[in-house]
Design a protein around this ligand. Structure first.
Ligand SMILES: NC(=O)C1=CN([C@@H]2O[C@H](COP(=O)(O)OP(=O)(O)OC[C@H]3O[C@@H](n4cnc5c(N)ncnc54)[C@H](O)[C@@H]3O)[C@@H](O)[C@H]2O)C=CC1
Ligand SMILES: O=C(O)CCC(=O)C(=O)O
Length: 528
């Protein structure tokens, strides 16, 4: 099977090499498509690669019936409707590291240009003027730089600012005192930054929280003559408030790489001599574009091939060590979910997943996704995957919870899935046995030991002599071979179960004949 990949923004060719040289994928590079053209083309693609020009809307995602992954060759994913991607089971991956240095360097180039009016002086000289009076600047030396957002780029900017002998005060909800000390900067609040900073630079994503974070009230708190930079996202700084603050003389200069609406060729801020600007060039270097395209190409290949990936933005990431431990359990978890849902005859209202033994040492959320995927996809089909499974559970009013138990009975690890319905609770437990792989070891109160095979037959009966023979003969009559058989009972002569792995699926005739056997109370086939 050849995977179809659409690249809808200009992306570095060298970085696309992992895809271009791969026989299992076909890459179509079609930039400048209109919205209508994109909607028309998208249903045939398994993967879409964008930078920031293509807006990936909910309706585009809904039209993309084959789409498995959207790759953003860059950091910000604000041009992609993440909720719609998650609801439709589409993984969104980005390339978080590749353009950090370029954007930090661009920010620094902008700060120096802002301090020394380099673009304005250049323009004046190009216009034939030798004007040395209008462009007196300020030094960065001994000035205070306020950094809002101390992630990858903010941190690199801080390190460069220190080399220029600037003091740094930074705010980030995740910045600890220890990390600030290690970096040789002060951890402050936004108000500390407004009060102290001569230069303020923002390096956050655009979120509900950061949209218009720097507004009229924020400008009012700043030092007179402050200089502002935005090489992150248009909209973090409220543009009208910035315009007014420049006109009032509060802000001495602004350096903008990004705008609320792009392209921004006729923006009122661009007519202000205090403003210097670039057309979203933070990540535009040879190095960054090669790296982000390469990283996202590799991630897309991994996802299409069903291999582990790391930079999904609509799924929590897990470390490679945790993934290595949990990976063998994913299959078991999915099969437990599939078996559990087949044991209940009513709509499930609540699922409880209990982890015991060595599993309790790890973040099992990725495993829970696999259990829930198995459980939901049995009835809902392949529209359920590990990306949208929690969303699907919610939309079907199915609540789920996870518990951790100290005791794994005699096993080193144990996963138990309980499903509540109006008729009661059904429970199934499984483990990974060294040398044997996944095993189902308990159904309700009955201990068994069986591999989660493709065709299983679950029989409930009274514990009477001859039952095994009668079932074996009946199946034999229908030419059904038994691969393995397990029996379990609570007490002699009481309720008992049989779990059989059989070589082919059963049919109504088999059910009918098994139902004629005295003391059999129920027969259920389980498909895995
Ligand atoms: N101009 C350009 O071409 C480029 C722009 N960017 C933009 O730069 C942004 C930052 O990139 P990275 O540093 O790589 O991301 P990052 O994820 O490493 O860092 C973002 C930081 O912002 C912090 N943050 C979130 N909300 C905050 C708030 N309300 N106040 C203060 N801090 C907050 C986060 O805790 C995080 O530490 C990206 O989101 C992207 O939008 C990134 C690359 C290129
Ligand atoms: O693709 C680009 O050049 C924009 C980069 C960017 O803004 C990002 O990575 O967030």
């Amino acid at each position: 099977m050849t995977f179809q990949i659409l690249v809808s923004d200009p992306v570095n060719q060298e970085g696309l090499e992992p895809l271009l040289s791969n026989q299992e994928v076909n890459v179509d590079q079609k930039t400048n498509l209109s919205e209508e053209e994109l909607h028309e083309l998208i249903p045939q693609y398994d993967a879409l690669i964008v930078r920031s020009q293509t807006t990936v809307t909910a309706s585009l995602i809904e039209a993309a019936s084959q789409l498995k992954v959207i790759g953003r060759a860059g950091v910000g994913v604000d041009n992609i409707d993440l909720d719609a991607a998650t609801e439709n089971g589409v993984i969104v991956v980005n390339a978080p590291d590749g353009n950090t240095m370029s954007t930090a360097e661009h920010t620094f180039a902008m700060m120096m240009s802002l301090a020394r009016h380099i673009p304005q002086a250049y323009q004046s000289l190009m216009n034939g003027k030798w004007d040395r009076k209008s462009f007196k600047g300020v030094e960065l030396n001994k000035k205070t730089l306020g950094i809002v957002g101390m992630g990858r780029i903010g941190t690199e900017v801080a390190q460069r600012a220190k080399a220029c002998n600037m003091s740094i005060v930074a705010y980030d909800p995740f910045l600890t005192e220890e990390r600030a000390q290690k970096l040789g900067i002060s951890k402050g609040t936004l108000d500390d930054i407004y009060e102290q900073a001569d230069f303020i630079t923002v390096h956050t994503p655009l979120t509900k929280d950061t949209k218009h974070m720097i507004d009229e009230q924020a400008f009012a708190k700043m030092k007179n003559g402050v200089r502002i930079l935005n090489c992150a996202r248009g909209g973090i700084i409220e543009e009208n408030a910035l315009l007014e603050a420049i006109e009032d003389g509060k802000v001495a200069g602004a350096a903008l790489d990004v705008f609320e609406e792009e392209p921004a060729t006729h923006h009122p801020l661009l007519s202000k001599p205090e403003v210097i600007a670039t057309p979203h060039l933070g990540a535009s270097t040879e190095e960054a574009q090669t790296l982000v395209a390469y990283d996202v190409s590799e991630e897309i290949l991994r996802i299409l091939k069903g291999e582990p990936f790391k930079n999904a933005v609509n799924m929590p990431s897990i470390s490679s060590e945790v993934r290595e431990v949990l990976e063998p359990y994913y299959y078991l978890g999915e099969k437990l979910g599939e078996m559990a849902i087949q044991l209940v005859l009513e709509a499930p209202t609540k699922v409880t997943i209990t982890y015991a033994g060595e599993l309790t040492d790890y973040d099992t959320s990725s495993l829970t996704r696999n259990v829930m995927k198995g459980l939901l996809s049995y009835h809902l089909g392949d529209k359920v995957n590990v990306v949208n499974t929690f969303h699907m559970a919610k939309s079907y009013n199915l609540s789920y919870s996870v518990e951790y138990s100290g005791s794994a009975q005699d096993f080193t690890n144990l996963i138990t899935v309980s499903i509540e319905t109006k008729r009661g609770t059904r429970t199934i437990s499984g483990t990974m046995l060294t040398g044997y792989g996944p095993r189902i070891i308990k159904i309700d109160d009955y201990s068994i030991d069986i591999a989660p095979d493709t065709h299983l037959l679950y029989i409930q009966h009274r514990d009477t002599p001859g039952m095994i023979g009668l079932v074996g003969t009946t199946l034999g009559k229908h030419d059904i071979n038994i691969a393995t058989m397990q029996v379990g009972r609570k007490e002699e002569g009481g309720d008992a179960i049989m779990m059989l792995a059989i070589d082919r699926p059963t049919d109504q005739n088999v059910f009918h004949d098994l139902g004629l056997i005295e003391n059999i109370t129920s027969v259920k086939d389980i498909h895995l």
